[in-house]
Design a protein around this ligand. Structure first.
Ligand SMILES: [Zn+2]
Length: 276
């Protein structure tokens, strides 16, 4: 089902309201350009991220079974190593676990080809414009560089990320929690493929919600925060209506990577805290 793009007036009003309290950066649309048709079309895509657009890029239908099998195998790896560790393992470790444990079984050649194809395709084709922060399929953050965040099942980079998170919690309150920290390529791959399947193979739609593997700033220290009790709604605009979010804005913590007018091609993500 396709939703109609918002009226241009609605775009302008929303952007103007949201601009209060946010830092709009060079990675944002110039708000003076909002009446430009191309910019308007672009913004309507990231604002209706869950809709299908005529020039979206799809994975060929004949690859649907392959996609499903690959996701299932990644999930068996996740079950084997545990959800927390799955955020951290690298591509080579994934292969090692698959090869050595019969609960998983070795990746088939076609599955590996798909993983490589997804990783090495230029994401600009999908309409995703963020840089590739992790250009190597096999690279990952070393374990000694991360710290487990108690009670969250997630990890943060020692130093900058961890210190910022602790500071935010101290200032905003213990109701704030880490909802996602370090995610290496394998974890991002699993999330992206899952989103692609859920989007009926629409890779553009998937990339409007989630950076394709290699492009996630979660690989280099960015993290997501939410409010205890809000559950899945932490990953919606509902989070931006919480008292915790308002306090973070007032305290100047909100340096959002994906603003409502970002040029990365990604939906507005008020829960995502930028580090680098
Ligand atoms: Zn995030």
């Amino acid at each position: 089902m396709t939703r109609a793009p918002p009226e241009p007036e609605a775009i302008i009003t929303e952007a103007t309201v949201l601009e209060d309290g946010f830092k709009h950066t060079e990675r944002d649309v110039d708000l003076n350009d909002l009446e430009d048709k191309e910019i308007g079309d672009y913004l309507s895509k990231i604002r209706n991220f869950d809709a299908d657009f005529s020039n979206d890029i799809y994975l060929p239908t004949e690859k649907k079974t392959l996609l499903t099998n690959t996701i299932n195998r990644l999930e068996r790896v996740q079950t084997y190593v545990g959800h927390g560790n799955f955020n951290l393992i690298g591509f080579d470790e994934m292969l090692f676990f698959a090869r050595n444990y019969s609960e998983i079984e070795d990746f088939e050649k076609a599955e590996l080809d798909l993983l490589e194809e997804i990783f090495f395709t230029d994401a600009n084709q999908y309409g995703f414009f963020g840089e590739k922060v992790t250009p190597e399929l096999t690279s990952r953050i070393p374990i000694p560089d991360v710290v487990k965040i108690h009670g969250s099942g997630h990890y943060l980079l020692k130093g900058s990320s961890y210190n910022l998170y602790e500071q935010i919690r101290q200032d905003v309150g213990k109701q704030l929690l880490l909802t996602s920290g370090i995610r290496n390529v394998v974890k991002q791959m699993h999330l992206f493929l899952g989103k692609a399947l859920q989007s009926d193979l629409n890779l553009s739609k998937a990339s409007r919600s989630l950076a394709p593997p290699g492009h996630s700033f979660h690989c280099i220290g960015d993290f997501d925060v939410g409010k205890i009790g809000l559950g899945e709604l932490n990953f919606t605009e509902d989070f931006s209506r919480t008292e915790e979010f308002r306090r973070m804005v007032n305290l100047g913590y909100i340096d959002i990577r994906y603003t409502d007018t970002n040029l990365y091609g990604v939906r507005y993500e008020p829960w995502h805290i930028k580090i680098a």
